[in-house]
Write a new protein. Structure first.
Length: 261
């Protein structure tokens, strides 16, 4: 597809740039087929013994690789199965943010902000987790935008590396294959309004321009506030020791569950 989109005045060794004179009709013809793919669950492509493809593998996103590369997190704590609704997938995504910070050592505590940075990180993650637990990430804002709860079962083509050079077309410009796709995901408001303040005005909206976590503490339950203090103390202790831990699966899972309230 990149060949069909590129500026014809460019040489063969020059980086591709889109043709400034390309017709709208051509763009629509190329892009529209990619928007029409629908899948029955969120996951990565798997090919069975009969050669049929389905989105039946575990979802794979860049953040999952980063968690393993840059923290002590055990790989088995990551999602291992596809998801049949977006509500459960959003819960898994939020839990992965907790997973990342729980097992992160380097730069987990910012030098200039100290414990304030840990409080901020915890409160932001916990507020988001509360919204996910209430199902408001999957349906709340989508309903406000004219979408129904059925949309959380409507999964479209998505890839963090989806680009024209990964899409194969034939001589008539028909899309025949996506060569490097990673995941099927919900047709989501996440891609339309990527701003935290749209998630929930009370949790992330105006009124806290100083980004002071104290302004949101009333939105946390008392058990969550108690766990916040324990979590902050643990991260400050780890920042002083800076010791890498070789977790086994059971101990890592137990350690994480302590903080997921």
């Amino acid at each position: 597809m990149s060949e069909a989109l590129k500026d014809p005045s460019l040489g063969p060794d020059e980086p591709h740039e889109i043709d400034p004179n390309i017709r709208d009709h051509t763009l629509k013809f190329l892009y529209r087929p990619l928007s029409r793919f629908k899948f029955d669950q969120i996951g990565s492509l798997v090919r069975d013994e009969q050669g049929n493809f389905s989105a039946s593998g575990r979802p794979l996103i860049q953040n999952m690789n980063s968690i393993i590369d840059f923290t002590d997190a055990h790989p088995e704590l990551l999602p291992s199965n596809p998801y049949t609704n977006s509500e459960d997938w959003y819960k898994a995504l939020v839990d992965m943010h907790f997973l990342q910070y729980t097992f992160q050592h380097d730069d987990a505590v910012k030098k200039n902000d100290g414990e304030q940075s840990v409080y901020d990180a915890y409160v932001g993650r916990q507020l988001l987790r509360n919204l996910a637990a209430d199902g408001r990430l999957a349906t709340g804002l989508g309903t406000q935008m004219g979408k129904t709860e059925d949309s959380q079962y409507d999964f479209r083509l998505y890839s963090e590396d989806l680009r024209p050079s990964n899409v194969l077309i034939d001589a008539n410009l028909n899309v025949v294959a996506d060569l490097d796709d990673q995941i099927r995901a919900r047709n989501s408001w996440n891609f339309e309004f990527p701003f935290w303040r749209f998630l929930d005005p009370e949790s992330f909206g105006p009124g806290n321009e100083a980004a002071d976590y104290h302004a949101r503490l009333s939105l946390l339950s008392e058990p969550q506030r108690r766990m916040m203090r324990e979590f902050v103390a643990k991260k400050l202790e780890e920042s002083n020791v800076r010791e890498l831990i070789d977790w086994d699966t059971h101990d890592a899972e137990t350690h994480l569950k302590r903080f997921l309230i």
